[in-house]
Design a binder for this molecule. Structure first.
Ligand code: ADP
Ligand code: MG
Length: 178
């Protein structure tokens, strides 16, 4: 008997990590709305780190501090579909398209890791290119899993230990509203 070429390949869910940030308006409300929207769209949000008050890093330093967190998710969505969902949720929370890179924003939702995927397209790089170098990403991620490693095996705890001075990050409160 011939194999059924039309049978869909089994889609298996991947575990991934998202970075959430806000420095405009009611920052905590934007982060909570992001988690609610992910869940509404079928993304399982398994765990969320504490909230961290963090100073801006990158190209624009003269802007308000951010509130950041990281979330562990489980999803069958393919990476670019998940990116589109994150971008749509950012816009829902009032983010203007075409704003300044690294500028103030009510919501930034970044794909940090998705299973063991390593890819680079015009729109999406996985793991996120700055995952090793940003304290505001590393601290919440390591709170969720102190042993977390990139697909190439490098441990994020080692990346955090290797960071130079600067990039103040303060854990301010546990995530409320699970
Ligand atoms: P940043 O998060 O670096 O401050 P943006 O949120 O404005 O900047 O993202 C700029 C672009 O980065 C997005 O439009 C997206 O296409 C691209 N990008 C590449 N890789 C990723 C990723 N892993 N997660 C989120 N965005 C990504
Ligand atoms: Mg972003």
């Amino acid at each position: 008997m011939l194999p059924n070429a039309a049978a869909p390949a089994a889609v298996s869910a991947r575990v991934g990590y998202l970075g959430l940030g806000s420095n405009v308006g009611d920052r905590g409300a934007h982060l909570r709305a992001a988690v609610a929207a992910l869940r509404e769209h079928g993304v399982e949000v398994e765990a969320i780190s504490s909230l961290y008050e963090t100073e801006p890093v990158g190209e624009i330093l003269d802007q308000p501090d951010f509130l950041n967190a990281a979330a562990r998710i489980r999803t069958e969505l393919e990476p670019e579909v998940l990116l589109d969902l994150c971008k749509a949720i950012e816009v829902e929370q009032g983010r203007m398209l075409g704003g300044q890179r690294h500028g103030p924003r009510p919501l930034d939702l970044d794909l940090l890791l998705l299973g063991d995927l390593e890819l680079e397209t015009d729109r999406l790089t996985l793991p996120h290119p700055q995952v090793r170098s940003r304290r505001f990403v590393l601290e919440p991620l390591l709170e969720l899993d102190p042993e977390l490693a990139l697909p190439d095996g490098s441990r994020l705890a080692a990346a955090l230990e290797g960071l130079g001075p600067g990039q103040a990050v303060e854990r301010v409160q546990p995530w409320v509203c699970r």
